[in-house]
Design a protein around this ligand. Structure first.
Ligand code: GLU
Length: 377
C-alpha cells in the first residue's frame, strides 16, 4: 500500500522546505532548539539511507528582527533586507553547527528569482547544487533577501522550494508548514472540513479549497503551496504538505502516524525536463557531429566537444541547439554548455584541452546527457 511513509522513504533526491513559523519561536524570536535538533536528526536519518537532501529554509528575516531589535509589525523593505542580512548568518550557523555534529556538511546557497528564470543562471545554480549533492553535502538554500527587492523576489519560500526541486530534478518535495495539508474548507472555521490525502490533478475545485486556509504566521498560505505544487508536479516531482510543528515531524511521517497531502505528478523529473527541452521554441543554433558522436548519442551518452565538426549560429550558454549528423539530419536537441564562440574553439578537441583553448575550466561535455533529447528514429 502506498502510504505517506512509503512515499517519503522512496525519495532519492528530496527537497525539504522549512517555514519560518515552525523554525523560529514566537516569543524570543530564536531558533526552537529542541525542535531543531530533532529536525537535524531526521535529516541525518534520511541522508543515511543514501538519499540526497536539499534544505530550503526560511527564518532569516524573523531571526534578524530579533538580532537587530526591530519593532513588531510590518517592516519596511530596507528593514527586511537588513534583518535578512543579520538573520541569514545566524540561520546558516545553526544548520552548519547542528548538521556537522551529525557528520554532515551544510553548504549555503542564496538564490534570487533570476537564478531560476534566466536560463544561464539557472544552469549555473543547477550545476552548483548537483555538484554539492554529488560531493555529499547538504545545500541549505534561502532567497537572497538582502539584495532582492519586491519586483525581483520570489517572496515566499514555497515557490522557491518548488523551483529548487525543478532545478535539481528532485523526485520529492516536502513542505513542512504550520498546517497539515489541504482540506475541503478551512478547518479552523468549518467543522465539516475534511482532509484530502492525495491530489492527482489541481482542478479549479482544489484551487477553491485552498482559498481560505492561509496561515497568518508566514507569507506562504495555501495558495502559494498550490503554486508550488503546480511547479513541482509539472517538473515530475511529487510534493507533500505536512505539519512541521511537532518535534520529530519527519520521523512521524516515516514511522506513522504522521499525515500529509500528497500532490502526484504524471511524469518523472527527467522525462519532464526532457519534454521541456524538446518543446522549446526555435533552436538558437546547431552543432554538426561526426559518426562516433551519432553512435554515442544513440547509446544515451553525452555529446563531447571532440565529436563536434561544425558550429552554426550565435547562441549563448544554456540555449537550446539542434544536433545534426554529417548529412544535415536533425538528431537531437539540447542545452549547450558553451556559447557559440567557445563551442567553435573547442569543437573537435578533447575535453582535457578545454581550459587551454578557452581560458577557463568549463564543463567536459558540450551537451550533458541530462540536457539532451535524442529524436526517436
Ligand atoms: N526568505 C524569507 C526568510 O528567510 C522567508 C520567506 C518565507 O517565509 O516564505 O526570512
Amino acid at each position: 500500500m502506498t502510504t505517506p511513509a512509503s512515499r517519503l522513504a522512496e525519495a532519492r533526491r528530496l527537497v525539504v522546505k522549512i517555514g519560518s513559523s515552525i523554525l523560529v519561536d514566537e516569543g524570543p524570536g530564536e531558533v526552537r532548539r529542541t525542535w531543531f535538533e530533532a529536525l537535524c536528526d531526521d535529516i541525518a536519518r534520511l541522508a543515511s539511507g543514501g538519499r540526497e537532501i536539499v534544505l530550503v529554509s526560511s527564518g532569516a528575516i524573523r531571526l534578524g528582527r530579533t538580532l537587530l531589535r526591530l519593532p513588531g509589525g510590518a517592516l519596511r523593505l530596507e528593514e527586511s533586507q537588513a534583518a535578512a542580512a543579520a538573520g541569514q548568518i545566524r540561520l546558516a550557523h545553526a544548520y552548519q553547527e547542528s548538521l556537522a555534529r551529525r557528520g554532515l556538511t551544510a553548504a549555503q546557497v542564496l538564490l534570487t528569482l533570476d537564478d531560476s528564470e534566466e536560463r544561464r543562471r539557472y544552469l549555473n545554480a543547477r550545476q552548483t547544487m548537483t555538484t554539492l549533492l554529488t560531493l555529499g553535502a547538504i545545500p541549505v538554500i534561502n532567497e537572497n533577501d538582502t539584495v532582492a527587492t519586491d519586483e525581483i523576489r520570489f517572496g515566499d519560500n514555497d515557490r522557491l522550494a518548488a523551483r529548487v526541486a525543478e532545478m535539481v530534478s528532485a523526485d520529492t518535495l516536502l513542505l513542512l508548514s504550520d498546517i497539515d495539508g489541504l482540506y475541503t474548507a478551512d478547518p479552523r472555521s468549518d467543522a465539516a472540513a475534511s482532509f484530502i490525502p492525495e491530489v492527482r490533478t489541481i482542478t479549479p475545485e482544489i484551487e477553491a479549497m485552498a482559498g481560505g486556509a492561509a496561515s497568518e504566521l508566514s507569507n506562504g498560505g495555501m495558495a502559494t503551496k498550490l503554486t508550488a505544487a503546480r511547479i513541482a508536479t509539472g517538473a515530475g516531482c511529487r510534493m507533500a504538505i505536512a505539519d512541521g510543528r511537532p518535534v520529530g515531524a519527519i520521523a512521524a511521517l516515516l514511522d506513522g502516524p504522521g499525515r500529509a497531502t500528497w500532490f502526484l505528478p504524471e511524469s518523472t523529473p527527467l522525462s519532464a525536463r526532457k519534454k521541456w527541452i524538446a518543446g522549446s521554441l526555435k533552436p538558437a543554433g546547431s552543432l554538426t557531429v561526426d559518426d562516433g558522436a551519432v553512435r554515442a548519442l544513440a547509446a544515451g551518452k553525452s555529446l563531447l566537444p571532440a565529436g563536434v565538426r561544425a558550429v552554426e549560429g550565435g547562441f549563448r550558454r544554456g540555449d537550446v541547439v539542434e544536433v545534426r549528423d554529417s548529412a544535415g539530419r536533425a538528431l537531437a536537441r539540447g542545452l549547450v554548455a558553451y556559447a557559440a564562440d567557445d563551442a567553435r574553439r573547442i569543437a573537435g578537441h578533447k575535453s582535457a584541452e578545454i581550459e587551454s583553448l578557452v581560458g577557463y575550466r568549463g564543463r567536459d561535455e558540450m551537451i550533458h546527457r541530462d540536457d539532451l533529447v535524442v529524436d526517436q528514429a
